[in-house]
Design a protein around this ligand. Structure first.
Ligand SMILES: CC(C)(COP(=O)(O)OP(=O)(O)OC[C@H]1O[C@@H](n2cnc3c(N)ncnc32)[C@H](O)[C@@H]1OP(=O)(O)O)[C@@H](O)C(=O)NCCC(=O)NCCS
Length: 156
């Protein structure tokens, strides 16, 4: 089923001047957020770094490590106030368009087993479950056990 996209965001390459807004979204979205240095490393390593920008405001971003044949979606996040309006769908469409143009497929990812919202998003986008990494993530909550990563892939 084709998803309706209501988000009016433009999806473009991330610029260094976007980093403050991106970090803000990352900290609101990820129990173990990337540090600014990790984003800078992603830039300098030539990762595909995209932002969704609505009326000059950054509302989401995606970071993809592009490999020889395939690619790995390392991060995707949308500002809490902009969720369920199609922004992540627009970002993923931007990722797929750019990877397809470069002949890269499939797109892989890892997601916490407890992240039911993200798993629902990826399933809606036809990612398929390909495996599990046991106890891969530190807990999102102090004192709780480590968490499994689910592996998912999308053929482009
Ligand atoms: C996961 C995330 C990126 C989705 O972003 P989003 O912009 O809200 O996603 P979209 O609006 O494009 O959603 C498209 C479809 O995915 C599914 N979906 C998205 N979020 C969902 C949720 N929380 N629960 C159930 N289904 C969801 C729905 O089918 C949705 O379509 P609908 O709104 O018409 O029902 C966002 O919730 C987020 O930033 N979460 C925190 C960061 C994170 O967990 N990232 C993934 C790490 S692996």
């Amino acid at each position: 089923m084709t998803q309706l996209i209501f988000c009016n965001a433009d999806v473009t390459l991330m610029r260094e001047s976007d980093l403050a807004a991106v970090l803000d979204i990352e900290r609101q979205s990820n129990p173990h957020p990337w540090a600014e240095s990790s984003f800078r490393d992603a830039f300098s390593s030539g990762y595909l770094c995209l932002v969704a920008r609505e009326a000059e405001c950054i509302v989401g971003f995606a970071i993809v490590r592009v490999l020889i044949d395939d690619a790995e979606l390392l991060l995707i996040a949308v500002a809490p106030s902009a969720r369920r309006t199609g922004c992540a769908s627009a970002l993923l469409a931007g990722v797929i368009e750019r990877l397809s143009a470069r002949g890269k497929s499939p797109l892989h990812l890892e997601v916490r087993r407890s992240n039911v919202g993200a798993i629902a998003f990826y399933s809606a986008k036809r990612f398929v479950h390909t495996g599990v990494r046991k106890n891969y993530y530190p807990s999102g909550v102090i004192g709780q056990p480590r968490e499994d990563a689910l592996l998912m892939s999308l053929s482009l």
